[in-house]
Design a protein around this ligand. Structure first.
Ligand code: SF4
Length: 326
């Protein structure tokens, strides 16, 4: 991926715990090109939340970053002061969370909140209200002028999420981080929000880092996909290439577990047997070996190299390095 807006290199994040150092994210590399949508997919515990917290520099107090860099618009985020970071958040980098009610203040009207978050702007109050009205209209809220007077509880869950997106994009950020923004919505609303994000991304020209465990949503929305497992990136490439030719056994199992890929009626949905390894005491060799159907002798003690299996398609698996697997 070229012309990256956001570049993450060799990033590791550990947490001090009573049991020892929990290595939540290890040596992660990732690019988010300008004007593109990059999906990050993986099950719980894969490091998605730690990744987001690292980018916006809101890690828990017991976190340490033993190595790595995060470069955004040419600036190393890990080297910025708290004040410099605060100026970036909500302006150049915005975030939409899974639950809109964790974003919206229940005791303030939508209009008050949408004007308040323009505190950096020197524009008049009338101009800020006009901007808030335009943003509500752009996310499909009808009669936006009068709805600014309403409170969050007067909107449905889908509308609350639309309002969260409007607030996040109001300052026209360069990067929107969308943290499972459709997980709490039903299937119909999910599709609407996906189409809305795609349209706004095109209109504003921003990039989106889209975090999800829902493969169908990633396939619909994203240009590139990064697959994470137990704190490591195990595969990445264009969405089309990774979904059509998954090179890592974990990605392949994730795709097989996607309900949309099940053609016949069944009473039990497929799962990936086993559990994520203990991240305090990491196993030797491949991190996925205890759950892999293709485990080989070298997987037990050798960490697989990061190789390009096809043009622009990277994977960390001994299988991909075997002759004949090109
Ligand atoms: Fe499976 Fe070995 Fe590949 Fe790991 S390196 S995913 S254990 S085949």
């Amino acid at each position: 991926m070229n012309d990256a807006l956001l570049t993450i290199r060799d990033l590791s994040v550990h947490y001090h715990t009573d049991r020892g150092e929990l290595k939540a994210m290890r040596h992660v590399n990732m690019d988010v090109p300008g004007g593109s949508i990059v999906g990050v997919v993986g099950e719980s515990g894969c490091g998605k939340s730690t990744l987001i917290s690292s980018i916006i520099r809101l890690l828990a107090s017991n976190a340490i970053i033993p190595c790595g860099s995060i470069t955004f618009e040419g600036r190393d985020l890990l080297g910025l002061s708290r004040e410099e970071m605060r100026r970036l958040r909500g302006d150049r980098i915005s975030i939409v969370f899974q639950d809109p009610m964790s974003t919206l203040n229940p005791v303030l009207s939508i209009g008050r909140q949408m004007v308040d978050i323009q505190y950096r702007s020197s524009a008049s109050r009338a101009h800020k209200i006009k901007r808030a009205t335009e943003m509500l209209a752009s996310v499909g809220i009808s009669d936006p002028g009068s709805r600014l007077k309403q409170f969050p509880h007067e909107f449905s869950g889908g509308m609350q999420q639309r309002i969260s997106i409007a607030m996040a994009l109001q300052a026209e950020p360069a990067l929107l981080i969308a943290d499972e923004p459709t997980t709490a919505l039903d299937a119909t609303l999910e599709v609407q929000i996906i189409h809305l994000l795609k349209k706004l991304q095109t209109d504003i020209g921003c990039s989106i880092l889209f975090i999800s465990h829902h493969l169908g949503v990633i396939a619909e929305l994203c240009d590139y996909v990064v697959v994470m497992y137990a704190g490591e990136v195990v595969e990445e490439g264009t969405t089309r290439e990774v979904f059509h030719n998954p090179a890592h056994p974990y990605t392949e199992r994730l795709l097989r577990c996607d309900p949309a890929s099940i053609a016949t009626k069944t009473r039990s949905l497929p799962t990936i047997p086993g559990e994520i390894p203990d991240l305090v005491t990491l196993p030797q060799g491949c991190i996925f070996k205890n759950r892999c159907e293709h485990v080989m002798t070298q997987c037990e003690h050798l960490v697989p190299a990061w190789i390009e299996s096809h043009s622009g398609h990277f994977v960390s698996c001994h299988l991909a390095a075997k002759p004949g697997n090109d």
